[in-house]
Design a protein. Structure first.
Length: 123
């Protein structure tokens, strides 16, 4: 069996769908007895509870402007989708990019999309 290079593996990962990547992770977990789950750290109780008005929002892409390719690249980075899935999402406007995210994360996502030429709103 021919050995794959690191670049060939990364190229495959760039083009794979979420379903294909999920199946790959499961196969690796089973074969090598590992877990892809992030370790859970026990955090100390916060001195002050978060304000009640801090709520999660949904980031909605409303327009891609003139830079559709750039917006697709940013959507892929934010969502982890493959190229085809990201393009379908961008083509189906308005499109939910991230659902129920904290306001500061939503602002970061919005900044990335606006810098790429898109128009974004919150729900």
């Amino acid at each position: 069996m021919a050995k794959l290079t690191k670049d060939e593996i990364l190229a495959y990962l760039d083009e794979a769908t979420i379903l294909e990547l999920n199946e790959l992770v499961k196969a690796i977990e089973e074969k090598y007895g590992v877990s892809a789950a992030a370790p859970v750290a026990v955090a100390a109780a916060p001195a002050e509870a978060e304000p009640a008005e801090a709520k999660n929002v949904t980031v909605v892409l409303t327009s891609v402007g003139d830079a559709k390719v750039g917006v697709i690249k940013v959507v892929r980075t934010i969502t982890g989708l493959g190229l085809v899935e990201a393009k379908k999402l961008v083509d189906a406007l308005p499109a939910e990019i991230k659902k129920d995210v904290p306001a500061d994360e939503a602002d970061n996502i919005k900044k990335q999309l606006v810098d790429a030429g898109a128009t974004v709103e919150y729900k």
